[in-house]
Design a protein. Structure first.
Length: 205
């Protein structure tokens, strides 16, 4: 199988998930998705309060080495079983997610371009670029409604870790992108360009 790896990075709330969902809806089983969020390190040794205070926006919060191993395995045509992260507990669950190889492997996450090892496994690197005020509003809605967080905790985390880590790691990683897309999945012109590129690969494969 001729496998293409597409990396989709960008700040929190930038539109990565919308772009990923649109491509998945278009191509179905021809795309497998692997998310950096599932590779947060297990923190059984910490109390819940200590886990709440962890900086989850620093590259060290992720087991990126394991993700590199899994992505390399997918490129070899092997099925992987990736961790599943429980955002309400700030820890990995005991579940595993089966991900099968497909003609296109889509890797998404805020910090995937901060890792040279991950970038080396990617054929196309897309950075979703969205204004900071839009991103924070989206993050508040997501974390409160979908992840069971309080408004105060989301705002506090944004100011203490998300914003400074974005400026230190995420924004500079944009230089490694092959394509920068404003507004992600809500940019129909860029979306059509990506769809055309993936269709070309799938037809050749």
């Amino acid at each position: 199988m001729d496998i293409m790896v597409l990396g989709v990075a960008g700040g929190t709330g930038s539109g990565k998930t919308t772009l990923t969902r649109r491509l998945k809806e278009r191509f179905g089983d021809q795309i497998s998705v692997i998310s950096h969020d599932n590779y947060y390190k297990r923190q059984d040794h910490l109390t819940y309060d200590e886990r709440c205070r962890t900086n989850y926006d620093h590259p060290d919060a992720f087991d990126t080495d394991l993700m590199v191993e899994h992505l390399a395995a997918l490129k070899r045509g092997e099925t992987i079983y990736c961790p599943v992260y429980d955002f309400s507990e700030h820890n990995r669950s005991d579940d595993l997610l089966e991900i099968k190889p497909a003609p296109v492997i889509l890797v998404e996450g805020i910090l995937i371009f901060a890792s040279q090892e991950l970038c080396d496994l990617m054929d196309i690197k897309v950075f979703v670029d969205t204004d900071a005020d839009v991103r924070i509003l989206r993050r508040i809605v997501r974390d409160v409604k979908k992840r069971g967080r309080t408004l105060d905790s989301v705002v506090s985390q944004y100011l203490t870790t998300v914003k400074p880590m974005h400026e230190q790691f995420v924004e500079p990683s944009k230089r490694r992108a092959d394509l920068i897309i404003p507004e992600g999945g809500k940019n129909p012109v860029a979306l059509e360009m990506l769809i055309h590129r993936l269709e070309s690969h799938l037809n050749q494969a």
